[in-house]
Write a protein that binds this ligand. Structure first.
Ligand SMILES: Nc1ncnc2c1ncn2[C@@H]1O[C@H](COP(=O)(O)OP(=O)(O)O)[C@@H](O)[C@H]1O
Ligand SMILES: O=P(O)(O)OC[C@H](O)CO
Length: 498
């Protein structure tokens, strides 16, 4: 009898590295996870040690295979998915990183972005990449690193120093030197022309970044190379790669135009499938590549919110009012509502649709009666309010109201948050049984490439509902609470440079 095989997804997230085994029905058959250090040199600056990214990712991959009592032979293919935009620059010869990775959340290039905008570059970048000029994206971070180390740009020009997003760095290490990435990750760099599907020379010149340091860009489902035998006990094909938010969109089965998902992790990311033509947003959302598969490229509209679950981490590590993330649920449930307290979690500025790198967090509406429970509740509600900002913009772009929002990510297990989300959006919210849709999407991309799954239909049939949350809030209350949120957001803007 033929032995059952599995697909291994490597999910390299902002706060942890995970490895997850999936079977044919898209069910999880093993999970291993390791957190790694968040390095915060200055307010608004966020770094990771690429060696910790690598060692934690390799460790969990080995662990999950070992715990499931499998060998490399039982794995049909590997899919990689990753925190996007984060920049790693390394030496081609030694494979050693030049410095810490600059993380997507980092505001380190805020001034450089202001300068590019003053230079009138916004439309050029936007028309070619679908993105806005913001420190979030990789391009200005690469320029920052090249400017900072004497002689580095010349070395990059000679191809001695390489850039990659985290997928690319992991691929380089796992395959022993393949310098590649996929369309979805390339589309987050501010350097990739999403119409021509190529790095753009005009943009590279504007940021003084040599083409020689950039990876080859491949479709998201297909061959990315093979693991070197010393890492996982033998050779395994790597057959799927996508940025984590695009992978989650794929894992949720959002294959039809107009379907959308929202992921609640460190940040919150809503993506809507807009088909095979890259339309630009009129409402300050991003146009990005979802995935490339079977010779076709699918585009998405995206609303990126920088701080979602991370505000809960701040309650835990900064304020110290909870011991673990999940304790936020019991603390918040001590009160019936936030009593008009609003938390604006602009800890690293505001993303979509505000795009203000200088905004900073605010807590408004505190009275003598305010308790830690109100702050906890308002923090949870902030994720839902930010999602409403994004969904309103997306619905305006799409010209239709979304009927169902599919959700996933670490914080979507919070039932109170999901109910409040449905209430504040006035849209049904559906949570699938497998909420690890990011890893699942990477597994699907890899599995489709090696024939583990036949087609998109087979993949979509695996999706199963865990729970649907339906809107139940009085419309007047909904709009008055959302109005308060909007007022609070305005007050948080421009704080860091005022
Ligand atoms: N019960 C909960 N309620 C709200 N937020 C939570 C809860 N449990 C975890 N979180 C938050 O979810 C995030 C983890 O989600 P995850 O998808 O693993 O993130 P990432 O992939 O960005 O590392 C953390 O920021 C954590 O604070
Ligand atoms: O690692 P996550 O899940 O917080 O996702 C981060 C995003 O990819 C940033 O764009």
């Amino acid at each position: 009898m033929k032995k059952t095989k599995f697909i291994l997804a490597l999910d390299q997230g902002t706060t942890s590295s995970r490895a997850i085994l999936f079977d044919h029905s898209g069910q999880i058959r093993g999970v291993a996870q390791q957190e790694f250090r968040q390095i915060l040199p200055q307010p608004g600056h966020v770094e990771h040690d690429p060696e910790e990214i690598w060692s934690s990712q390799l460790a969990v991959a080995r662990q999950v295979i070992e715990e499931a009592k499998l060998t490399h032979d039982d794995i049909a293919a590997i899919g990689i998915t990753n925190q996007r935009e984060t920049v790693v620059v390394w030496d081609r010869e030694t494979g050693k990183p030049i410095q810490n990775a600059i993380v997507w959340q980092s505001r380190i290039t805020a001034d450089l972005c202001d300068q590019l905008t003053r230079d009138g570059m916004a439309d050029t970048f936007r028309n070619k990449t679908g993105l806005l000029i913001d420190p979030y994206f990789s391009g200005t971070k690469i320029k920052y690193i090249l400017d900072r180390h004497p002689g580095l740009r010349a070395r990059a020009q000679r191809g001695e120093v390489l850039f990659g997003t985290v997928d690319s760095f992991l691929l380089w290490r796992l395959t022993g030197g393949k310098h590649v990435t996929d369309y979805s990750n390339a589309s987050r760099t501010l350097l990739y022309n999403i119409h021509d599907l190529d790095w753009d020379d005009e943009l590279l010149t504007a940021l003084d970044i040599p083409r020689a340091m950039l990876p080859e860009v491949l479709p998201s489902s297909g061959s990315f190379g093979e693991t070197k035998p010393e890492f996982l006990g033998g050779v395994i094909p790597i057959a799927g790669v996508a940025g984590d938010q695009q992978a989650a969109t794929f894992g949720q089965g959002c294959f039809e135009e107009g379907s959308a998902k929202n992921t609640y992790g460190t940040g919150c990311f809503m993506l809507m499938n807009i088909g095979e033509t890259p339309k630009l947003s009129d409402n300050r959302l991003l146009t990005t590549i979802g995935w490339g598969i079977d010779g076709k490229v699918t585009y998405c509209l995206e609303g990126s919110v920088f701080v979602a679950g991370a505000i809960v981490q701040w309650l835990r590590d900064g304020l110290g009012i909870i011991a673990e993330s999940r304790d936020v649920e019991s603390l918040a449930s001590k009160v019936d509502d936030a009593d008009d307290v609003i938390v604006v979690p602009a800890l690293v500025g505001l993303g979509a649709p505000h795009w203000d790198p200088h905004a900073r967090g605010a807590i408004l509406g505190i009275s003598r009666g305010t308790t830690a429970a109100h702050i906890a509740r308002a923090s949870i509600e902030s994720m839902a309010f930010q999602t409403r900002d994004v969904l309103d913009a997306m619905q305006q772009d799409a010209g239709t109201k979304l009927k169902i929002l599919k959700v996933d990510g670490g914080a979507c297990c919070n039932d109170a948050l999901m109910q409040f989300q449905a209430d504040i959006l006035d849209t049904a919210v559906q949570r699938p049984k497998v909420s690890e849709t990011t890893a699942l999407g990477a597994a699907y991309l890899a599995g489709l490439a090696v024939g583990y799954w036949k087609n998109l239909k087979a993949v979509k049939e695996n999706w199963a509902l865990d729970r649907e949350f339906t809107p139940a809030m009085d419309p007047e209350i909904r709009e008055s609470r959302y109005h308060k949120w909007q007022m609070a957001v305005e007050r948080s803007k421009g704080w860091a440079n005022s």
